[in-house]
Design a protein around this ligand. Structure first.
Ligand SMILES: NC(=O)C1=CN([C@@H]2O[C@H](COP(=O)(O)OP(=O)(O)OC[C@H]3O[C@@H](n4cnc5c(N)ncnc54)[C@H](OP(=O)(O)O)[C@@H]3O)[C@@H](O)[C@H]2O)C=CC1
Ligand SMILES: CC(=O)C(=O)O
Ligand SMILES: [Mg+2]
Length: 531
C-alpha cells in the first residue's frame, strides 16, 4: 500500500503481474494491467473533458502527487498542450487561488517563525536536492505580492526542469520563504495558507534570507539555487550578494535576458539587421528590462561597439516616464540607462516618437500598453519592427499576437511571454512563440548540475542565448517564429546545457576535468519518464 501512495514509485494500474506478486500488491489493484501509453491516453481524455484550465491544473497536480512518472510522461509528450496549464498563464491563476485549490503540499515552506531553525527544518526534506527554486512571493509573474501562494511558481518551474531538460524530479526542491504578505485580500482570505502578517523588511529580512542561504548550502552541498519572482528591491540585492560565492542565479534577470537576446538574434536574421545598429526601447525598468538590456549591451560590445555607445542604444521607460540622466530618485539598477542630453518624456508613445526605436520590449506588467497607436508608430518607423510583449500572464501582455500583426500589417517580428495561438492575416499564418525564460533555465540548470559548476555566470547566459538562437530554423523564421517549437525543447536544452557546461569547464568552475564529450555527459544525467 505504501508503494501505491508514493508518487515516485507508484505505477498504479501499470504494475505488472510479477511486480504485483513480488510486492504484495495482489488484490490492491483492479486485475487488468495497463501500459503507460494507455494510462497517459486516459489522463488526456479526462483532462480534455474538464471545462476550465484551473480544473486541468488541479487534475494535473493530483496526478503529479499520485504518479510522478506518468505525470512527466504526459507533460513531455504533450508539452504544447500542457505547459500553458502547469506554467504561465494558468499557474498565475493557480497561485491566486492557491489556498482554495490546495490538496497536498509540495515543496517546503520556510516561514519567518522558523528563524534559527532553518537548517534543522531543511533536514526534513527526504531527497538529495541539487536544485532549489525559491521565491518569497512578492512579485509573482505580473500579479504582484501573492505571499506564500507564490509556491505555484517554484513548483511549475521545477516541473519544467524535469520535463524540458530531464533534471531528475528527486533532485528538485521548490521553496517558499514566507516572510508575510502586504496583500490585504490575502490577509483577509479565510483560505490563505501563509503567515497572516505584513512582510518582513530591512535587516530582519536580509538576515532571514541569509540564514536560509547558509542552511540550504550546508544541507545540500553544491546545490544550485534559482531566485524566482522576488520583488526587484530584493532580487538585485540577493543576486549581487551571493553570485560570487554561491551557485545561484536570478531567472527573471538573467534567464529572461538570454531568451530575449536569442529572440533578437532570430528577428535580425529575418530583417537582415545587426544587433549593434538597433535602438531598443523597454517598457519597464525592473529585473527583466535591465537584465535584458545588460546582456544586449554585452552582445553589442561583442559586435564591436564601445560600452557607452551600446548603452545609449538601450532606453527604459518606467512608471514615471523615460529614464533619463538627472531624474531624481532613480534606483541603482536604472543608472546605467539614465542617458544624459535627453529631455524628460512622460509616456511611451512620445518616447517612441522621440527615440525612433527599432525594437520595443514590454516587461512592465501593464496589460495592453502596446496600443494600436504604439504598434502603428513602430510600423511607420520600421519595415520590420521588433515587438516583444513579454509580461505574464496573458492578462498582463502588452499586446496580443493578433494586434501585433494586425496593426503592423503583418510586418512585426513578434514574441510573447505567455502563449498565443497562430494568427492568420490576409492569407498568411503567423506562429508566434514564447519569449519566456522557460527556453533557458532548464538547459542552464542541467548544464550547471552536470558540470557541478561552483557558480553561474553571465557568460553562461550569453552562451545559452546564442545556442537557443542557433536552434531556430529557416522554417521557423518563415512562419514568424523566433524560437524553436516547444516539442523540440529537450533537444534544445541538451544543447544549451552542453554550452553552459563548456563554459564551466573552460573557466575552471566545474568540479573535475572536462570530459571528451560534454553533450554525452549532459545526456547521461537526463531523467526519462518511464517505468
Ligand atoms: N517572458 C519572460 O520570460 C519574463 C517575463 N517577466 C514579466 O515581466 C514583467 C515585469 O517583471 P520584472 O521586471 O521582474 O518586474 P519589476 O517589478 O522588476 O519591473 C517592473 C517595471 O515596470 C515598470 N512599470 C510599472 N508600471 C508602469 C507603467 N504604467 N508604465 C511604465 N512602466 C511601468 C516599473 O516601474 P518603476 O521602476 O517606476 O516601479 C518597473 O520598472 C512581469 O509581468 C513578469 O511576468 C519577467 C521575467 C521573465
Ligand atoms: C516567466 C517569468 O519568470 C515571469 O514572468 O516571472
Ligand atoms: Mg519569474
Amino acid at each position: 500500500m505504501t508503494l501505491l501512495r508514493d508518487p515516485l514509485l507508484n505505477k498504479g494500474t501499470a504494475f505488472t503481474e510479477s511486480e504485483r506478486e513480488a510486492l504484495g500488491l495482489r488484490g490492491l489493484l483492479p486485475p487488468c494491467v495497463l501500459t503507460m501509453e494507455t494510462q497517459a491516453q486516459r489522463v488526456l481524455t479526462n483532462l480534455r473533458t474538464l471545462p476550465t484550465d484551473l480544473e486541468k491544473y488541479v487534475a494535473l497536480n493530483a496526478l503529479h502527487d499520485r504518479n510522478e512518472a506518468l505525470f512527466f510522461r504526459v507533460v513531455v509528450d504533450n508539452i504544447d498542450e500542457i505547459q500553458p496549464i502547469i506554467y504561465t498563464p494558468t499557474v498565475g491563476l493557480a497561485c491566486q487561488k492557491y489556498g482554495l485549490i490546495f490538496q497536498r503540499p509540495r515543496g517546503m515552506f520556510i516561514s519567518s517563525r522558523d528563524r534559527g531553525q532553518i537548517a534543522e527544518i531543511l533536514k526534513n526534506w527526504p531527497y538529495p536536492a541539487k536544485l532549489i527554486v525559491v521565491t518569497d512571493g512578492e512579485r509573482i509573474l505580473g500579479l504582484g505580492d501573492l505571499g506564500a501562494n507564490g509556491m505555484g511558481i517554484p513548483v511549475g518551474k521545477l516541473s519544467l526542469y524535469s520535463a524540458c531538460a530531464g533534471v531528475h524530479p528527486e533532485l528538485c526542491l521548490p521553496i517558499v520563504l514566507d516572510v508575510g504578505t502586504n496583500n490585504e485580500e490575502l490577509l483577509n482570505d479565510p483560505y490563505y495558507l501563509g503567515l497572516r502578517e505584513r512582510r518582513l523588511t530591512g535587516e530582519a529580512y536580509d538576515s532571514f534570507v541569509d540564514e536560509f542561504m547558509q542552511a540550504a548550502r550546508k544541507t545540500f552541498p553544491g546545490v544550485l539555487i534559482q531566485f524566482e519572482d522576488f520583488a526587484n528591491h530584493s532580487a538585485f540585492k540577493l543576486l549581487h550578494k551571493y553570485r560570487d560565492e554561491a551557485c545561484v542565479f536570478n531567472d527573471d534577470i538573467q534567464g529572461t535576458a538570454a531568451v530575449a537576446l536569442a529572440g533578437l538574434f532570430s528577428a535580425l536574421r529575418v530583417s537582415g539587421g545587426k544587433l549593434r545598429d538597433q535602438r531598443i526601447l523597454f517598457l519597464g525598468a525592473g529585473e527583466a528590462a535591465t537584465g535584458i538590456a545588460d546582456l544586449v549591451v554585452s552582445a553589442m560590445m561583442a559586435e564591436g561597439l564601445a560600452e557607452a555607445e551600446a548603452l545609449r542604444r538601450n532606453w527604459l521607460v518606467d512608471s514615471r516616464g523615460l529614464v533619463v540622466g538627472g531624474r531624481d530618485g532613480l534606483s541603482g539598477h536604472k543608472l546605467r540607462y539614465a542617458h544624459a542630453g535627453q529631455a524628460p518624456v512622460a509616456d511611451f508613445i512620445t518616447a517612441i516618437n522621440a527615440l525612433k526605436p527599432t525594437a520595443i520590449i514590454g516587461v512592465a506588467a501593464v496589460g495592453g500598453a502596446f496600443t494600436p497607436e504604439v504598434l502603428k508608430a513602430m510600423a511607420e518607423l520600421n519595415e520590420q519592427p521588433i515587438v516583444f510583449a513579454l509580461s505574464n500572464p496573458t492578462s498582463k501582455a502588452e499586446c496580443s499576437a493578433e494586434d501585433a500583426y494586425r496593426y503592423t500589417e503583418g510586418r512585426a517580428l513578434f514574441a510573447c511571454g505567455s502563449p498565443y495561438d497562430p494568427v492568420t492575416l490576409n492569407g498568411r499564418t503567423f506562429v508566434p512563440r514564447q519569449g519566456n525564460n522557460s527556453y533557458i533555465f532548464p538547459g542552464v540548470g542541467l548544464g550547471v548540475i552536470a558540470s557541478r559548476s561552483r557558480l553561474v555566470t553571465d557568460e553562461m547566459f550569453m552562451a545559452a542565448a546564442h545556442t537557443l538562437a542557433d536552434c531556430v530554423g529557416k522554417e521557423d523564421l518563415a512562419q514568424g517564429s523566433l524560437y524553436p517549437a516547444l516539442p523540440r525543447i529537450r533537444e534544445v536544452s541538451v544543447r544549451i546545457a552542453a554550452a553552459v557546461a563548456d563554459v564551466a569547464f573552460q573557466r575552471g568552475l566545474a568540479d573535475g576535468p572536462a570530459p571528451n564529450d560534454v553533450k554525452a555527459l549532459v545526456q547521461s544525467q537526463m531523467y526519462e519518464p518511464h517505468y
